[in-house]
Design a protein around this ligand. Structure first.
Ligand code: CU
Length: 500
């Protein structure tokens, strides 16, 4: 239907134009050709001037009306250290091209008016003019040189990589259909290596967990934090198709290419809160963020720095949005501490874990800290039940009282605690499941408790402070019905008897 209407309109317009042509022809015949030509060129000349004024006036008015939509102006100021230099490059280019734009348009329409057809007027022919040649060669050359030198200078500043010994944080952004996977280094400050061959459902980035640097790497949730005033180096890569890492407020944009790592370095200078308070000054940001909720928060209050993908990478392209929140160093450190290691929370002890069954250095530290915290709580607690603590990582060879090699870490924590609390007296208790003969279970559990006590006395804890005891299968913590529950019952624990 629409197609038919368009076709009819085209036919009608053609008929109208043909008719106008015919009318002009007839008027010419009545008034005389020369008269018509004179009238037409007069009108054309004057209309050129009117058009020039309206057109240039419109350009100026619209530039003024939309000034706040322009990059680098009003609410669209850059929020990174290099942002202003890029914006000023645009401004200078706009300045020069703007001058040329206005001059050429004035000349175009003014000359059309001034040199309109008149009887007896003849065109003058200039074959060559050195002065003109010099002017229109030198002026553009000088302007171009200025723009190119400035451009190169800005490019070198913006694209410069970090110095290995300066203070910066390196994060990694991997684009995939349709989200960004962002990786932060853990407390070691270094990102672990990757190998695409190691990619599995549990390890979507193909992190190489043989590399200790990857153990503490973190993959935070939807909201990402960056510290104000600190250099950020982003490693950028894609898993499937081309994506583009785009942080418009920081003037950061770099393609994410499968198989070809790129990077971008920038320094966020304005916190999210500071940027919001700048936006508050503008009328257009003082309207409700949600038009359906007129009393709700304003646009400036809901402002966030957004990461987008600026490559049309597929159907779900629009959903590749993440929020970056720039905060003070203190706030960043607080957030950073709450983030957990991807490896330890998602991969540890799964099939992808090359260190399955081994105790890692980083775990020894965290376990020691957790142990001393629960020990402190148990000592201070008045609740009898809270005085019993499990020795979760103490194990024995199957059917024997020989301690496994990795048991020493937790037992060393216990030695430290016994030294820290010199008046502590504890009962060390061995428990088994109900498999096998009750009497031999009792003997085995007693031997195991004794082995733990021996470990402690060998390290200087007086035997008088230790009461090793085997309970066999008499004190289960779960029904002995499944393998899992039986494993819970096979345990070693200790109870604080007195701490005075
Ligand atoms: Cu994309």
């Amino acid at each position: 239907m629409t197609g038919l209407i368009i076709l009819l309109c085209v036919i009608l317009i053609t008929i109208v134009l043909v008719q106008i042509g015919k009318v002009m022809e007839l008027t010419g015949q009545i008034k005389g050709e020369l008269e018509v030509l004179r009238d037409n060129s007069k009108w054309n000349g004057w209309l050129s001037l009117v058009f020039m004024v309206l057109f240039l006036g419109g350009v100026i008015l619209s530039a003024w009306a939309y000034r706040n939509e322009m990059m680098g102006f009003g609410p669209h100021k850059g929020a990174s250290l290099h942002g202003d230099s890029l914006d000023s490059l645009f401004d200078w280019t706009l300045f020069f091209t703007g001058i040329v734009f206005v001059i050429t348009h004035i000349m175009l329409f003014w000359y059309a008016y001034k040199f309109r057809w008149k009887e007896g007027r003849k065109a003058a022919f200039i074959s060559h003019d050195n002065r003109l040649e010099v002017i229109w060669t030198i002026v553009p050359a000088v302007v171009m040189t200025f723009l190119v030198i400035r451009g190169l200078d800005t490019w070198n500043t913006v694209m410069a990589d970090v110095n290995p010994d300066e203070d910066y944080i390196e994060i990694e952004a991997t684009g995939q259909q349709f989200n960004w996977m962002i990786r932060y280094p853990g407390p070691d400050g270094k990102l672990g290596t990757r190998n695409y061959k190691l990619t599995t459902a549990n390890n979507p980035l193909g992190l190489d967990f043989n590399d200790p640097k990857s153990w503490d790497d973190m993959m935070p949730g939807q909201e990402l934090y960056l510290p104000q005033g600190k250099k950020v180096r982003v490693r950028i890569i894609a898993k499937d198709v081309l994506h583009s890492f785009f942080l418009p407020h920081f003037r950061v944009k770099m393609d994410a290419v499968p198989g070809l790592p790129t990077y971008f370095v920038f320094t966020p200078v304005k916190t999210t809160a500071e940027y919001r308070s700048e936006l508050r000054k503008y009328e257009e940001y003082n309207v409700p963020a949600d038009p359906l909720d007129p009393t709700g928060p304003k646009r400036w209050e809901k402002f966030e720095y957004e990461l987008a993908c600026s490559e049309l990478c597929g159907k779900g392209h629009y959903s590749m949005k993440r929020i970056f929140r720039v905060v003070s160093k203190e706030e960043f450190d607080a957030w950073y501490k709450t983030q957990e290691s991807f490896y330890l929370t998602q991969v540890r002890e799964k099939d992808e874990d090359p260190n399955k069954g081994k105790v890692l250095d980083i775990e020894v530290g965290t376990r020691a800290k957790a142990f001393s915290e629960s020990m402190k709580a148990a000592v201070e607690s008045t609740d009898i039940a809270a005085k019993t603590l499990p020795l979760k990582y103490v194990g024995f060879q199957t059917g024997s009282a020989a301690l496994t090699a990795d048991s020493r870490y937790e037992l060393d924590n216990l030695v430290t605690a016994m030294t820290a609390y010199p008046s502590l007296v504890i009962e060390v208790a061995g428990h088994t499941d109900n498999v096998g003969d009750a009497a031999s279970n009792l003997t085995l559990s007693a031997q195991r408790a004794a082995a733990v006590a021996k470990y402690l006395t060998d390290r200087g804890i007086p035997a008088s402070r230790l009461r090793p005891r085997g309970y066999g299968d008499t004190k289960p913590v779960a029904e002995n019905d499944t393998d899992e529950n039986r494993a819970k019952n096979r345990r070693t624990e200790f109870t604080i008897l007195s701490s005075i």
